[in-house]
Design a protein around this ligand. Structure first.
Ligand code: SAM
Ligand code: SF4
Length: 367
C-alpha cells in the first residue's frame, strides 16, 4: 500500500478574508525554530518510504530560498531524495515565489508546483485580502515554467462577493490559456471566524453553481479530465497525493495542525505553532487528538472519500448492508448513480455532494 507524506508550513504574509486554514501572518521569526521541530518530528515518523510528498500551508513560499533548502535537506535526510518520490508538490503564492526560490525547489527535486491564484481580477483579489495581483501571478507562473517545472496546478475560487458569471469565466479562460497541467476550482465556503463570516458575506449559491457547471463544460471541452469534485487534470496529470487520500490510503503529516492516518488511527497535531515547537522540543507528542474509526463510521468515511472521485466508489456487501437504504434514497432523488458494482455522484450530485455525504457520517439516522 502506498503512503503519502504531508508537511505543513503555517506561515502567510497576510491572512486572507475567507481562509480558516491553520496559518498565521507575522510569525516569520519562528520559521527557523519550526524547521528544527519538523526535523525532530520527522525523525520519529513510523515510516521512511513514501510515494508522494505534499508541502502545503499556509504559504511555503514565504520561506527564504535558504530556508526552503533547509526544509528539503530535512526531508532528504530522513526520507531519501525528493526526486525519488513519484510526485512531490510544493504550494506557492504569487507574491513570494521568486526565481531563486523556484530554482531551489527544482534543484531539491520537487516535480510539481501548486500556485494559488483564486481570481484573475485585481478588484476581486483585493476583496479576498490577497497580497498579489494578476500580474504577480503571471510572473510567478512564467518563473515556475522557466525553471523547468512540467507539472503546475492553479487554484481558483468561484462565487466570490460581487463576482459575476462573466468575470469568473474571464478568470477561468485566462488560466486556461496558460494550459496548466492541473486546475482546482473550489466554490467559496464562508467559514466561521473568518472576516467574510464576521461581515455577513453571503454566497449566491445559484450563481456559484452556474459557474461550476460552466467550469465543467469548458475544462472538459479543453481536454481536462474532471476526476474529483473540484479537480481537473490533463491526461495522466491527476494529483497522485490527493488521489491517495480519496482512495483511503495511509498518510503521515508533519508540522502544526497536520493530520495523519496510519493503520486505522487518525492523529491531528496542535494548530498552535509555538505550542507545536514547545511540545516537540520537550519530547512530547504534538497530537491534539487521536481517534480510531471503526465499524460503520470507518466504512462511511471510506465511502465518502471515494465518492469525491467522479469514478465513484466500489461497494462491498458490507457497504450495501450498512448504507444500502441511504444509497437508494440518493439514487431515487438523482444525486447518485449505480453503475455495476459502483456508485457515483450524478452531474447534479456533484454540486450537492454534501447532502449525500451527510448519510455517511456519524451520527447515523437510525441511531
Ligand atoms: C491550503 S489553501 C492555500 C494555499 C496557498 N496558501 C494559497 O493561498 O494559494 C489551498 C486552496 O484552498 C482554497 N480555499 C481556501 N479557503 C477556501 C474557502 N474558504 N473557500 C473556497 N476555497 C478555499 C484556495 O483555492 C486555496 O488556494
Ligand atoms: S488562503 Fe493561503 S495565503 Fe491566504 S491565508 Fe489561507 S493559507 Fe494563507
Amino acid at each position: 500500500m502506498k503512503t503519502g507524506l504531508y508537511i505543513h508550513l503555517p506561515f502567510c504574509k497576510q491572512k486572507c478574508n475567507y481562509c480558516d486554514f491553520a496559518s498565521f501572518a507575522g510569525r516569520e521569526f519562528l520559521i527557523d525554530d519550526y524547521l528544527e521541530a519538523l526535523s525532530k518530528e520527522a525523525s520519529l515518523s513510523p515510516i521512511r518510504t513514501f510515494e508522494t510528498l505534499y508541502v502545503g500551508g499556509g504559504t511555503p513560499s514565504v520561506l527564504s530560498a535558504a530556508q526552503l533548502e533547509k526544509l528539503a535537506q530535512i526531508i532528504e535526510n530522513r526520507f531519501g531524495p525528493i526526486s525519488r518520490f513519484e510526485e512531490s508538490t510544493c504550494e506557492a503564492n504569487p507574491e513570494s515565489l521568486t526565481a531563486e526560490k523556484a530554482a531551489a525547489l527544482n534543484k531539491a527535486g520537487f516535480n510539481r508546483v501548486s500556485l494559488g491564484l483564486q481570481s484573475f481580477n485585481d478588484a476581486e483579489l483585493k476583496t479576498l485580502g490577497r497580497v498579489h495581483n494578476a500580474a504577480d501571478f503571471l510572473r510567478a507562473y512564467q518563473t515556475v515554467r522557466a525553471c523547468g517545472f512540467e507539472n503546475i496546478n492553479v487554484d481558483l475560487i468561484a462565487g466570490l462577493p460581487d463576482q459575476t458569471l462573466e468575470s469568473f469565466l474571464c478568470s477561468l479562460d485566462r488560466v486556461l490559456s496558460l494550459r496548466p497541467e492541473h486546475l482546482s476550482v473550489y466554490g467559496l465556503q464562508i467559514e466561521e471566524g473568518t472576516p467574510f463570516f464576521e461581515r455577513g458575506v453571503v454566497c449566491d449559491q445559484l450563481l456559484m453553481r452556474r459557474m461550476l457547471e460552466e467550469t465543467h463544460v469548458r475544462l472538459t471541452a479543453a481536454g481536462y479530465h474532471h476526476y474529483e469534485i473540484s479537480n481537473f487534470a490533463l491526461s495522466g496529470r491527476e494529483a497522485k497525493h490527493n488521489t491517495h487520500y480519496w482512495n483511503d490510503g495511509d498518510y503521515i503529516g508533519l508540522g502544526s495542525s497536520s493530520a495523519s492516518f496510519f493503520c486505522g488511527v487518525r492523529h491531528q497535531n496542535t494548530p498552535d505553532v509555538c505550542e507545536y515547537i514547545r511540545r516537540i522540543n520537550a519530547g512530547e507528542s504534538a497530537a491534539e487528538f487521536t481517534e480510531k474509526l471503526e465499524g460503520k463510521a470507518r466504512a462511511g468515511e471510506r465511502l465518502m472519500l471515494a465518492l469525491r472521485k467522479l469514478d465513484g466508489a466500489e461497494l462491498s456487501a458490507q457497504d450495501e448492508e450498512m448504507f444500502g437504504r441511504e444509497i437508494e434514497k440518493h439514487v431515487k432523488s438523482g444525486l447518485l448513480l449505480r453503475v455495476g458494482k459502483k456508485v457515483k455522484l450524478s452531474f447534479e450530485g456533484l454540486f450537492l455532494a454534501n447532502e449525500v455525504f451527510c448519510s455517511f457520517v456519524a451520527p447515523f439516522e437510525e441511531e
